[in-house]
Design a protein. Structure first.
Length: 148
């Protein structure tokens, strides 16, 4: 919280643009926040990269970006958990209260899948002849005997 008080309004806006993730780079965030005018040829002035790099190198700004991104990630995770719980609750309710047998069975199937109750196990068996196995064993025995 103390680093946020140390940031200017423009620095805070720079951090917010980065956290939103809608700009492509620090340079883009700098251009947007600091209202940088393009050169006569329509290009970004060369000094913008240096100024954006200086801002990002500022420890207060770095910490504010880090904390903001962590908070954003926590919010996304919390939202996903909340949505998952809502879906499970609705499926449970549907499995108990539905008028249709098909709806109840489908809800129960989806609930079962949500807890990995129905997992398909695929077993790959390689068909080999006894002569192939014998040859492989003889080769391995030979390798073991030559090591000692």
């Amino acid at each position: 919280m103390s680093e946020q008080r140390k940031l200017t309004i423009k620095q805070r806006a720079f951090v917010d643009e980065i956290i939103k993730g809608k700009v492509g780079s620090y340079q883009d965030a700098y251009i947007k926040v600091y209202d940088v005018a393009l050169t006569k040829t329509g290009k970004v002035p060369k000094w913008v990269r240096n100024e954006a790099s200086k801002l990002v190198a500022n420890p207060n700004i770095t910490m504010a970006i880090q904390r903001g991104l962590e908070k954003k990630e926590q919010t996304v995770v919390a939202s996903a958990v909340k949505t998952k719980q809502y879906v499970i609750d609705r499926l449970y309710k549907e499995s108990v209260e539905s008028d249709s047998d098909a709806s109840r069975v489908r809800a129960l199937e989806l609930l079962g899948k949500s807890v990995s109750l129905f997992t398909d196990v695929v077993e790959n068996k390689e068909a080999r002849s006894s002569t192939e196995i014998e040859a492989e064993l003889e080769e391995k025995i030979e390798q073991l005997l030559t090591r000692h």
